[in-house]
Design a protein around this ligand. Structure first.
Ligand code: NAP
Length: 330
């Protein structure tokens, strides 16, 4: 049931580093060069997600971005209205030192946007079911190595690792490509020059099918190497341990015996990235287990009532993340 315990986040609010913003704007993008394009699903999947690496050496972006920030990409050509494509944002999926160790090669996790209906105002009515092919994601995924990529950014300053990660523990919760920033953050935590972080770090990812899991082998290998890191997968469209598919918050609820100590620790930070709406189930689950107050403020009219009955609208409107919760959902 929802806890009315006083907030305990004040003393444990993380100190965030200063980050640079908008070094390259859309009127003056920089030009990078595609140097890597690899599928990063877990075998044969019905979706296509690529780990895209871009060399930005010689540009203002080199060495000046962090995981958790985003890069903007300007696809070449014109949109259906004859206007230049708008900037599309992708999370930085590498550590601050890039894929090359020098911050010159930056990476993103790009899923081809393909749907059987135009999911925008161009739709010509309910019978219009032509294939919609997203301009930017498909440009990036089609591009051969060497292609010039127009980039802007970095954007975002609030979804980053704290200045002193050793003072905190971490629960990272991702849906689909929302795992992109966590790939970069995990590499920062475990591959930094001063040696791996000794804090406890948990990653929970959600995917429709096991074949959609992203960077799965790399996360498994990380868990093999580091006893303080664990990795769990919530698969929504396959039969799970309870006989049905599950979302990330269902998995956390089912395995609360595993996560409780981490979530109860006053030094733990919660990072959530992916689909807008995934946070509501998670906040309800935390509240149900009496763990919400550290991560969200619960309004007086909901406190003391059954969190499982809280309507989505009320959760979205009423529950506010504390400084120990980081949300990046679209
Ligand atoms: P996806 O492969 O479809 O996986 C999303 C998973 O989340 C599915 O298993 C889905 O289940 C499940 N899900 C649906 N509703 C949920 C809910 N309310 N709570 C918890 N889980 C839920 O994901 P995707 O297509 O990659 O989309 C990921 C999202 O992350 C997009 O909105 C994207 O904009 C955003 N994002 C992307 C980046 C990036 O850099 N590319 C960075 C940050 C965020 P079912 O489909 O079976 O219902």
């Amino acid at each position: 049931m929802a806890s009315t315990a006083p907030p305990d986040h004040a003393d444990n609010a993380p100190l965030l580093p200063d980050v640079e913003l908008n070094l390259a704007r859309s009127k003056e993008p920089v030009t990078g060069r595609l140097v890597g394009s690899d599928l990063c699903m877990n075998g044969k999947s019905a979706s296509f997600v690529r780990h895209i690496a871009v060399d930005v050496s010689g540009t203002v972006l080199a060495g000046r971005v962090r995981p958790g920030q985003s890069l903007g990409v300007l696809a070449p050509g014109l949109d259906a209205r004859g206007k230049p494509h708008k900037v599309r944002l992708y999370s930085i999926a590498c550590p601050a030192w890039g894929e090359d160790g020098q911050g010159q090669v930056l990476s993103m996790t790009v899923k081809r946007d393909l749907a059987e209906h135009p999911p925008d105002k161009q739709a010509e009515g309910p019978d219009d079911h032509r294939l919609f092919v997203g301009a930017c994601s498909n440009f990036l995924c089609d591009a051969p190595l060497g292609t010039q990529i127009q980039l802007t950014g970095p954007a975002g300053k609030a979804f980053v690792l704290p200045q002193d990660p050793d003072r905190h523990h971490f629960l990272f919760v991702a849906a689909g490509t929302g795992v992109a920033p966590f790939r970069g953050m995990l590499r920062e935590l475990f591959e930094r020059p001063e040696g791996p972080v000794r804090s406890r770090v948990s990653l929970v990812t959600g995917s429709p099918y096991r074949t959609d899991l992203l960077y799965h082998d790399a996360f498994c290998a990380l868990a093999e190497r580091h006893g303080n890191f664990d990795y769990a997968q919530a698969i929504s469209r396959e039969e799970g341990p309870e006989g049905h598919g599950e979302y990330t918050h269902h998995l956390i609820n089912r395995r609360m015996h595993h996560y409780r100590t981490l979530l109860q620790d006053p030094r733990t930070l919660l990072y959530v990235c992916g689909l807008d709406g995934m946070q509501t189930g998670l906040f309800r689950t935390l509240a149900f287990h009496g763990l919400a107050h550290a991560y969200v403020t619960v309004p007086a009219d909901l406190a003391g009532t059954d969190p499982n009955q809280w309507p989505d609208r009320e959760v979205r409107r009423g529950l506010k993340p504390t400084p120990r919760t980081f949300l990046e959902v679209y």
